[in-house]
Design a protein around this ligand. Structure first.
Ligand code: SAM
Ligand code: DTB
Ligand code: SF4
Length: 342
C-alpha cells in the first residue's frame, strides 16, 4: 500500500449541497481547473489513463424511450436490431482490444432489464471469458435484481455501468418508460453484490448547469463513491427526439469533469461518448480537469469513436500512459506503461 491509496473511502464527503456544487461549477474556469487538478494529483498518477473498449453484444430493438438513444425501437434511427453476439465473437473482440492496449472491456446490451434465461447465461459466460483473458470486465445491461448482480459478481464482473444520465427533474423529459428511482435501485443492487459501480451521465441534452450539478451531487452522495464516472457528450442520432440539439460548448464538458473530479476524488472520471466532435485541445483540457479514462477503439456501441492511431498520438502528445488493469494491483497505484505498436 502506498501513500496515494491509504485513505479510507470515508474521508470523502457524501453530503454536498446543490448550492455548493453549483458554486464550484460557476467558478472562474481557470480556478475550477486548478482546484480539480490539485485533487486529481493528490489521488491519481497524473500521467496515467485507463483505456476501455466497448462492444455492443445485443444491438437495437430496445423497448425504452430514452430520447438520446439510437437503439430504442420507438424511433426510426440508422441502427438496425441485431441478434445477440455469440461467445466466440465476443472473445475475439476482447482479445483484439487487449492486443491494442485496452485493459477494460465493456459489453453493452439494449435491454430494459436483464431477464433470467439463456441470454443472461451467455452474458455470464462472456464475463468469465473476458476475465480469463486478464481484462477487467464491465457490463451495461439495463436494470438488475440483487440475485442477478450476485451471479455477475460470481462470474467475475469487475464493474457494472448504469448511468443516472441527468437530474431527477430533467430525467422525466428524456425517458418516460422508467423512473430515476429505478436507476438508483439497480445501483444499490450492484453495490450490495460487491461489484464496482460505473455511473455518470450525458451532457448536451438541453439540461441546465443545475441539472448537471444535481446529477453529480447524487452520484457523490453514494457511499462509497462510484468507482468510475463516465461523462458523455450527447452524440446526436438522426430520428431521435434529440437529433437536432446543438453541440455542447466543450468548456461545459470541462466544467462538468472538473466538478466530478472535485466531488469524487478517487473515482475514475471517463471522457466518454462525443470525443469525435472534440478538438485535441478540448480533450487535453478535460484530462487536465481530471478525466483519466477514455473509450479506446473505433466504435462505441452504435456510433464512431476516434481511431486508435489518432488516440495513441493524442496520449503521447499529452504525456499520458495507459494504466494496467486496476484489479491487477489491488491497494496499489499501478504503474502505467507505453502502448505497444502491433
Ligand atoms: N440499456 C442499458 C442502459 O440504458 O443502461 C445499457 C446501454 S445504454 C446505451 C448506456 C448509456 O449510454 C446510457 O445510459 C447513456 O448514458 C449512454 N448513451 C446512449 N446513447 C448515447 C448518445 N447518443 N450520446 C451519448 N451517450 C449515450
Ligand atoms: C457510457 O457512459 N457511455 C457508453 C457506455 N457507458 C456504455 C455508451 C456510449 C454510447 C454512445 C452512443 C452509441 O454509440 O450508441
Ligand atoms: Fe434502451 Fe439503454 Fe438505449 Fe435506453 S439507453 S433505449 S435502455 S439501450
Amino acid at each position: 500500500m502506498n501513500a496515494l491509496s491509504e485513505a479510507p473511502a470515508s474521508q470523502f464527503r457524501h453530503d454536498w449541497s446543490i448550492e455548493e456544487v453549483l458554486a464550484l461549477y460557476e467558478l472562474p474556469l481557470l480556478e475550477l481547473i486548478h482546484r480539480a487538478h490539485l485533487v486529481h494529483r493528490a489521488h491519481h498518477r497524473p500521467d496515467a489513463i485507463q483505456l476501455c473498449t466497448l462492444l455492443s453484444i445485443k444491438t437495437g430493438g430496445c423497448p425504452e424511450d430514452c430520447a438520446y438513444c439510437s437503439q430504442s425501437s420507438r424511433y426510426e434511427t440508422p441502427t438496425r436490431p441485431e441478434p445477440m453476439l455469440r461467445l466466440e465473437e465476443v472473445v475475439a473482440r476482447a482479445q483484439a482490444a487487449k492486443e491494442k492496449g485496452a485493459t477494460r472491456f465493456c459489453m453493452g446490451a439494449a435491454w430494459r432489464e436483464v431477464k433470467d434465461g439463456p441470454a443472461f447465461e451467455r452474458v455470464l459466460e462472456m464475463v468469465r471469458a473476458v476475465r480469463a483473458l486478464g481484462l477487467e470486465a464491465c457490463a451495461t445491461l439495463g436494470m438488475l435484481t440483487e440475485e442477478q448482480a450476485l451471479r455477475l459478481k460470481e462470474a467475475g464482473l469487475s464493474a457494472y455501468n448504469h448511468n443516472l444520465d441527468t437530474s431527477p427533474e430533467f430525467y422525466r423529459s428524456i425517458i418516460s418508460t422508467r423512473r430515476f428511482e429505478e436507476r438508483l435501485q439497480t445501483i444499490r443492487n450492484v453495490m450490495k453484490a460487491g461489484i464496482s459501480v460505473c455511473s455518470g451521465g450525458i451532457i448536451g441534452m438541453g439540461e441546465s448547469a443545475r441539472d448537471r450539478c444535481e446529477m453529480l451531487r447524487i452520484l457523490a452522495s453514494l457511499n462509497p463513491h462510484p468507482e468510475s464516472v463516465p461523462i458523455n457528450a450527447l452524440v446526436p442520432i438522426p430520428g431521435t427526439p434529440l437529433a437536432d440539439r446543438p453541440p455542447i460548448d466543450p468548456l461545459e464538458l470541462v466544467r462538468t469533469i472538473a466538478v466530478a473530479r472535485i466531488l469524487m476524488p478517487k473515482a475514475i472520471v471517463r471522457l466518454s461518448a462525443g470525443r469525435k466532435a472534440l478538438s485535441r485541445e478540448a480533450q487535453i483540457l478535460c484530462f487536465l480537469a481530471g478525466a483519466n479514462s477514455i473509450f479506446y477503439g473505433e466504435r462505441l456501441l452504435t456510433t464512431g469513436n476516434p481511431d486508435t492511431d489518432s488516440d495513441k498520438k493524442l496520449l503521447e502528445e499529452a504525456g499520458l500512459l495507459p494504466l494496467p488493469p486496476l484489479s491487477e494491483s489491488p491497494g496499489e497505484t499501478p504503474c502505467p506503461a507505453p502502448l505497444q505498436s502491433p
